[in-house]
Design a protein around this ligand. Structure first.
Ligand SMILES: NC(=O)c1ccc[n+]([C@@H]2O[C@H](COP(=O)([O-])OP(=O)(O)OC[C@H]3O[C@@H](n4cnc5c(N)ncnc54)[C@H](OP(=O)(O)O)[C@@H]3O)[C@@H](O)[C@H]2O)c1
Length: 244
């Protein structure tokens, strides 16, 4: 995958890992459409560089997602790299009844439904212009869950499965669209504020994802998730226990 001169989309490009992904892609010569809800942060990113194109969209709202995907396909026929990065994680206790369902539905909408819509909506255009790559940012928690965030862990596990199925479909269709699963480690962002230790910086996380993109990997294991991958081969039971 060549980044210089390519057109990319990074969802959730206004903060954390997504902001660093967008910045580093621009530094390597890409033009990058970023999405987010926060107008001020979108404007700050586009003021930073001419190659950032801000797009305000709430990925929890189905109608906005569908409109956004149609506009992306129409306005950026040269799009060749998509990074589905936007995500939310909420801790919740679910042993007391249905109260949390509205929160869960919104979380699933951003972490899973929107990623599926962006992926399947943009594959035809990417295939039509000669191929490219769609990178879905999953998590070590999609390999083994923890107790505190059941909806998040479920969405990330489903996302890993979706990405692999779509990789098979793209390979069978010989459409030159590569589906990549980036398994993210613990990173020091707003999502993890106030919890977790041994976090890596968003800049390092983004750099590892971009290295995996340029190396054309199907899976990009970031930071300590490489250890998780190895441990999971030796003892899935122990890996699950540690992640719990
Ligand atoms: N941080 C970690 O330790 C960690 C670990 C494993 C996986 N990940 C994954 O890495 C990705 C990035 O996480 P992060 O830590 O960088 O998160 P973050 O700092 O909280 O940033 C989240 C980004 O997603 C956007 N976003 C959230 N809800 C949205 C919505 N409804 N509509 C549109 N955009 C929305 C936010 O933009 P606005 O606020 O402007 O809408 C922001 O740009 C996520 O997929 C996350 O699950 C992170």
């Amino acid at each position: 995958m060549k980044l210089n001169g390519c057109t990319a989309l990074v969802t959730g490009g206004t903060a954390g890992i997504g902001r660093e992904l967008a910045r580093q892609l621009v530094e390597r010569g890409a033009r990058v459409v970023i999405t987010g809800r926060d107008r001020a942060r979108l404007d700050e990113m586009s003021a930073w560089h001419d190659s950032i194109i801000p797009c305000q969209v709430d990925l929890a709202v189905t109608t906005e997602v569908d409109r956004f995907v149609r506009e992306m396909a129409r306005d950026y026929p040269d799009l060749s790299l998509v990074i589905n990065n936007a995500g939310v994680q909420q801790e919740m206790e679910l042993v007391h009844g249905l109260d949390m369902m509205p929160v869960i539905r919104k979380e699933m909408a951003v972490n899973l439904d929107a990623v599926m819509a962006v992926t399947i909506g943009l594959i035809p255009g990417i295939a039509g212009q000669g191929g490219g790559m769609i990178v879905n940012i999953s998590s070590g928690l999609g390999v083994h869950p923890k107790a505190a965030s059941p909806a998040y862990c479920a969405a990330k596990a489903a996302l890993r499965s979706f990405t692999r199925s779509m990789r098979y479909q793209c390979e069978d269709a010989r459409n030159r669209v590569k589906m990549v699963d980036a398994i993210m480690t613990l990173v020091d962002t707003g999502m993890t504020a106030g919890r977790g230790t041994g976090k890596i910086s968003p800049a390092q996380a983004a750099a590892e994802v971009i290295d995996g993109i340029t190396a054309n990997h199907n899976e990009i294991w970031v930071g300590k998730t490489r250890l998780l991958r190895r441990l999971n081969r030796l003892s899935p039971w122990l890996a699950a226990r540690i992640m719990r």
